[in-house]
Design a protein around this ligand. Structure first.
Ligand SMILES: Cc1ncc(COP(=O)(O)O)c(C=O)c1O
Length: 350
């Protein structure tokens, strides 16, 4: 079947948006992609103009949190091409979640088709190269149907909407943009629970911590491991990174989200820069020996952490040039400005 075409990738028209001054907010775009799982098969609804979803009131996604989402960025490169970054990894992570929540997996090719169609349909909303902004891609999945019992749904909706975004943390990346975090008194996920999947309920459970941290003047909350409250987990919606001596270290935990950005940075660090990397438990007390701290994610990219406060204890960290090198390499690969030795770019062609 011929794919619907609204724009061609070599069409340079852009929406009337001040792309250089965007925050991380929802700006409606004309089209979203949707598919439904009914009678045991996926059916493509295609590109829709309606940004309001019409759901059965008994849907498990609404009552029992049988729901997942993903987050990706598409950027117009310095070579004027359009790139997504490792979208198949997001598809696999969403399906890890679907299996954990006992629902229907979204076929990888359907996920990729949805990504390509929705990006092509909203082409003028991709920020120009160099604006510091990106088109944020939000795939979502939820169990639907007429139901009241506590059990997985038979039917599912998979939707992808897009919205142009600027930096997640105000100010973005830079030596003068250190962010502070407060160790939360609450946990976002249980030790053997759902912390490793991108289920919406994990985020609802993190709102109290994030709200308290922001009210106290911090950029975000830092979570400790929920079993012993001794080891660092992650920071808001981003994984934790630190330099201890020469090594780039990051927490090993079954209750944090396995970040695709982190996985990429670890590979850049070890295979491009030749730095030692360690994925292991990091006790909060070990911050005494840490030279520099940061967090990373699709939205946060790399954000360096200048201060961590835990009750009456605190740690201050300087900016480290190695964050800049990692940031430049990652951004360079994502935007076509650098070689892509690992095959991470996914070009969207019209
Ligand atoms: C809880 C949490 N941790 C880490 C990340 C970073 O993951 P990724 O690099 O795949 O975006 C995210 C965001 O997506 C997140 O929500």
């Amino acid at each position: 079947m011929e794919k619907p075409r609204y724009y061609f990738v070599d069409d340079r028209s852009t929406a009337n948006i001040d792309f250089s001054n965007l925050g991380f907010d929802y700006i409606p775009c004309p089209y979203r992609f949707e598919a439904v799982f009914e009678h045991g098969i996926w059916r493509v609804r295609g590109l829709l103009e309606d940004g309001t979803m019409h759901l059965r009131e008994g849907s498990q996604g609404l009552h029992y949190g049988q729901q997942l989402f993903e987050g990706m960025k598409v950027q117009r490169g310095s070579d004027d091409r359009i790139y997504a970054f490792r979208p198949r990894d997001n598809s696999r992570r969403m399906n890890d979640g679907a299996r954990y929540l006992c629902g229907a997996e979204v076929p990888e090719e359907l996920f990729i088709r949805g990504l390509e169609e929705v990006v092509q349909a909203n082409l003028p909303y991709i920020p120009p190269a160099g604006s510091g902004a990106a088109l944020y891609i939000r795939p979502m999945w939820l169990g639907v149907g007429d139901n009241v019992g506590v059990k997985p749904a038979a039917d599912y909706v998979f939707r992808i909407f897009v919205t142009p975004v600027g930096p997640y943390f105000k100010g973005g990346f830079g030596p003068d943009q250190g962010k502070s975090c407060m160790v939360s008194a609450h946990d976002r996920a249980a030790p053997c629970g759902s912390g490793h999947i991108k289920a919406g309920g994990n985020y609802a459970a993190s709102f109290k911590s994030g709200t308290q941290a922001k009210a106290a003047g911090f950029a975000d909350a830092l979570f400790l491991d929920p079993a012993e409250r001794r080891y660092i987990e992650e920071i808001g919606a981003a994984n934790f990174l630190a330099f201890k001596g020469d090594a780039l270290i990051t927490p090993d935990s079954g209750s944090i989200l396995p970040s695709i950005t982190r996985k990429s940075l670890l590979q850049i660090a070890s295979e491009i820069f030749g730095w030692p990397t360690e994925e292991r438990k990091i006790a909060i007390d070990e911050l005494d020996e840490v030279a520099a701290a940061a967090c990373c994610g699709t939205a946060a990219v790399i954000t360096w952490i200048s201060r961590i406060v835990d009750g009456d204890r605190s740690w201050d960290f300087p900016f480290d040039e190695r964050w800049q090198r990692l940031y430049d390499e990652l951004q360079g690969i994502q935007t076509g400005a650098k070689d892509d030795p690992f095959g991470w770019r996914h070009e969207i062609t019209g």
